[in-house]
Every structure is written in structure tokens, then in C-alpha cells.
Write a protein that binds this ligand. Structure first.
Ligand SMILES: C[S@@+](CC[C@H](N)C(=O)[O-])C[C@H]1O[C@@H](n2cnc3c(N)ncnc32)[C@H](O)[C@@H]1O
Length: 432
């Protein structure tokens, strides 16, 4: 089998796992036995092909539907996926038409042999006629209606469109340096750009992470530039007792430990907590790890500072997890809002008098962010909002709301690859 065909076959199997069997993209990628067997370049291509299909599925399906005289039978998932992958290559990845068409046909097995002629003819016609949409139209078509309507209501139509357009592009690779003083030297060694907020940014497709300079020595870890902001909002934490609740896989634990805090990292998933320990080991940092449900955890002590990076719909991370746009349903947001409303008071009970609580979610949905903070403050008069200053976010004042909370959007720093969408606010408990 040619190398290029092997990569496409892996992409097809993963696409079936995600779109037909409902698996999460990250889990499918991590669980794949075939992906690591590909050469690095083919691995990169398989990932890009899969991610681009997930970003643009409605657009690709609409283009194919126009060319199919009648829909493919429901029992032809492999044929449908081969057609989709061929179309993605023709419309969005600049693959030469003969390669996109012939490999799509070759992906069909004996069971789908009857569809070979159809796949060949449809893709050839697509290659001739094209069907690429202007960015704004593509952005709108690829965004589920309920998310679009929520973002228009929250941020206005122009910003909703800018968010949706950012979701079409492959995101850059962001790294957090273990020692901020080392950032300029690391930027040079990696060929990365140093962002105003302190993260290092490499362009999309930067290659195998484990081969980049500084990985083995743990001089940095992968973390979106926006995800690196909430832990910093706890301020100077050196020597302080800090609880990182909902800690796995541990990006924020690493930041707090690197800043000199005595960190207790809690997560109810023992498996995910293993990732926190691995990351601590690689970076040579230390933190206590606790596998427990925050709602039942009674450590018998309080902390100077607490970070609650709550489970959420993760709609702020669609650039990095395009499968979520295909899987998420509005009802899931409602369920998560109820969970957050229980976790936030549980986290607050662990804050010592005079201490600080940062609440964060990687969601664009106001119900999970500002509305949650408002409801908490209304019910807990011993807490007040502690407004953030632009200097805490690298002078980027547009990242702060009128109330002094952090609100990053995928379209922020758009010219440089965007940011994940995060909401975070800082609350302070009254002194005893
Ligand atoms: C948004 S992720 C945390 C990301 C992490 N802070 C980081 O920066 O790498 C949410 C985490 O909350 C954990 N979680 C959800 N409900 C929990 C609960 N009741 N108690 C403890 N952990 C919980 C999940 O296992 C998940 O790892």
C-alpha cells in the first residue's frame, strides 16, 4: 500500500469511529494502534485530513449532496466517508485531483466495490466544478444553529461570525514555558513567537511535539495561550497553599507548581490524574495529587487560593476539538450548568478567610461563565468580585469584561491564529 493511502485509510477509520460510533476525537487518536505506525509526515496528514473533515462536515456534505442523484444508502458508511475525505482533499487541502480521486476509490473494500464507479464519477465532477464557499458562508454553514444563535445573542453577529471563521482554520501550537524568564531563549530555540501574554506560539503542523527542543527536559508544556491565563489570576502564589480542583490533565497545576505554590491537585478521574503525575515528572515539578470527588472531599483544611477549572461544554475549544461541534447538544449545556452550580460552592468552602477563588470554564456559553459567577455572588455575601487588571493579561485589555472578568474568544489575536474561548473571574473571601 502506498504511504499516502495508508494515511488516508487511518483517517477513514478514525472518521468512522468519531462520526459513526460517537467517539471523542482525542480518545480515537490516542487509542489508534495504526496512527503511530505511520511515518511522521503521513501521521500529520491523517490528522489534518480528519480535523478538516470535522471542521467542515456540513459544507462537504452539502457539496456532495448536490452531485449525488440520490442519497447514499444508510448502510454505506465507508463509502460515504471515502467520498467525504476525497471531497475535503479537493476542496480544502489542495490535493492534486488524480490523487484525491484515485485514493478515495482505493479506500473502498470488496464490500463497497459496487460504489467504485460512483465515487470516481462524483469526485471527478467535484474536482472539475469546485464548490468552495466564501469564508463567511462556510463559517455559518459549519456552525450548528444552536451555537450560532447563542453566540449572536451573547456577542453580536459580527463577533459570532469572526468566531465561526476562526473555527475553520487549523490552530497553532501553544506552549507554556516552565520558567517565564527562559521564554525568549526558548522562543529562539523553537522558532516560536512569544505572545504578549507569555505563551510561545508555533504555526500549525509544527511536527511531533516530543521531538521539539526542550520537551524531554520539561522546559515547557502544551497549553493554549488562553488556557494559560486563569492560573495566573491567582497572583503571586509562591509559598502559598493552593488547591487546583478539577486538575487533570494538569496544565494549570504545572503553572502553579512552577510559580512556587504548594499545590494540591484534585480530580475525580484516577486515570486522568495519572496524566497530571506524568506531566509533573517530565517537568520536574511537585504537587500533591488527590483522586476524589470535589462534592464529597473533606480535607479538614482550607487554602490560601483555590482554582476551579470546572467541567463544561468546552465550546471555547472547537478550534482544537472540532468533533465537539458535531456531537454537542444544547441539553448537555443545561446539565453542565447544574453541575457547575454545585461545584462552585464546594470549591468556595475550601477558601480560607481573605483567600482567593478563581472560577474558570473553556466555554463560550454565558450560562456556564458570567451567569454562574453572578448566581454564586448573589448567594454568598462573604465573597466579592476582585476585578482583573489589564497588566494581568499581558496588557491586552480587550480580553477583560466591564466587570473585570476574563473573556477570551477564538477570534482574539485572530491574525496570529486565535485563542481558545475562556471565561474566568476572581472572587475574594472576606477576612474573618
Ligand atoms: C476542564 S477539565 C480540567 C482541565 C485542567 N484544569 C487543566 O488545566 O489541565 C475538568 C476536569 O474536572 C474533573 N471533574 C469533573 N467533575 C469533578 C468532580 N466532581 N470532582 C473532581 N473532579 C471533577 C474531570 O475529570 C476533568 O479532568
Amino acid at each position: 500500500m502506498s504511504e499516502g493511502l495508508a494515511a488516508r485509510r487511518v483517517a477513514l477509520d478514525l472518521a468512522l469511529a468519531v462520526l459513526e460510533r460517537g467517539r471523542l476525537l482525542d480518545e480515537a487518536l490516542e487509542g489508534s494502534a495504526d496512527l503511530p505506525r505511520l511515518a511522521p509526515r503521513d501521521r500529520g496528514f491523517a490528522r489534518l485530513l480528519l480535523a478538516t473533515l470535522l471542521r467542515r462536515l456540513p459544507e462537504v456534505d452539502a457539496a456532495l449532496a448536490r452531485l449525488l442523484a440520490k442519497p447514499l444508502p444508510g448502510k454505506a458508511p465507508r463509502t460515504r466517508m471515502a467520498l467525504r475525505l476525497g471531497a475535503v482533499q479537493l476542496l480544502h487541502l489542495g490535493t492534486p485531483p488524480h490523487a484525491a480521486v484515485s485514493t478515495a476509490v482505493e479506500l473502498l473494500g470488496a464490500k463497497e466495490a459496487g460504489f467504485r464507479g460512483l465515487v470516481n464519477a462524483v469526485l471527478r465532477r467535484l474536482a472539475r466544478e469546485g464548490a468552495a464557499l466564501p469564508p463567511a458562508e462556510a463559517a455559518r454553514l459549519n456552525t450548528p444553529g444552536w451555537l450560532w444563535q447563542g453566540w449572536v445573542a451573547a456577542y453580536g453577529e459580527a463577533t459570532a461570525l469572526a468566531i465561526a471563521e476562526q473555527h475553520l482554520a487549523d490552530p497553532p501550537l501553544d506552549l507554556t514555558p516552565r520558567d517565564p524568564a527562559e521564554a525568549p531563549a526558548l522562543a529562539e530555540a523553537l522558532g516560536a513567537r512569544l505572545l504578549p501574554t507569555g505563551s510561545l506560539r508555533l504555526p500549525p503542523g509544527a511536527g511531533e511535539i516530543t521531538r521539539l527542543p526542550g520537551f524531554a527536559e520539561g522546559r515547557w508544556w502544551v497549553q493554549d495561550a488562553a488556557a494559560a491565563l486563569p492560573a495566573r489570576l491567582l497572583g503571586a502564589v509562591a509559598g502559598k497553599a493552593v488547591a487546583d480542583l478539577c486538575a487533570a490533565p494538569g496544565g494549570k497545576t504545572l503553572q502553579l507548581a512552577a510559580a512556587g505554590a504548594q499545590v494540591t491537585a484534585l480530580d475525580f478521574s484516577a486515570e486522568r490524574l495519572g496524566r497530571v503525575r506524568e506531566n509533573l515528572k517530565r517537568t520536574g515539578l511537585a504537587a500533591e495529587t488527590v483522586a476524589a470527588d470535589l462534592l464529597a472531599w473533606q480535607p479538614g483544611r482550607q487554602f490560601d487560593a483555590v482554582l476551579l477549572d470546572a467541567p463544561c461544554s468546552a465550546t471555547g475549544t472547537l478550534r482544537r476539538h472540532p468533533d465537539l461541534a458535531r456531537h454537542k447538544q444544547p441539553g448537555q449545556v443545561t446539565e453542565l450548568v447544574a453541575v457547575q452550580a454545585r461545584l462552585l460552592p464546594a470549591a468556595a468552602a475550601l477558601v480560607a478567610p481573605g483567600g482567593t477563588l478563581v472560577y474558570a470554564v473553556c466555554s463560550l456559553e454565558p450560562a456556564e461563565g458570567p451567569a454562574q459567577a453572578e448566581a454564586f455572588l448573589a448567594a454568598h455575601p462573604d465573597f466579592v468580585r476582585d476585578a482583573l487588571a489589564p497588566a494581568e493579561v499581558g496588557g491586552q485589555d480587550y480580553l477583560l469584561t466591564a466587570e473585570g472578568a476574563l473573556r477570551t474568544l477564538p477570534c482574539h489575536l485572530a491574525g496570529e491564529g486565535g485563542l481558545d474561548g475562556f471565561y474566568a473571574c476572581r472572587l475574594r473571601r472576606a477576612a474573618a
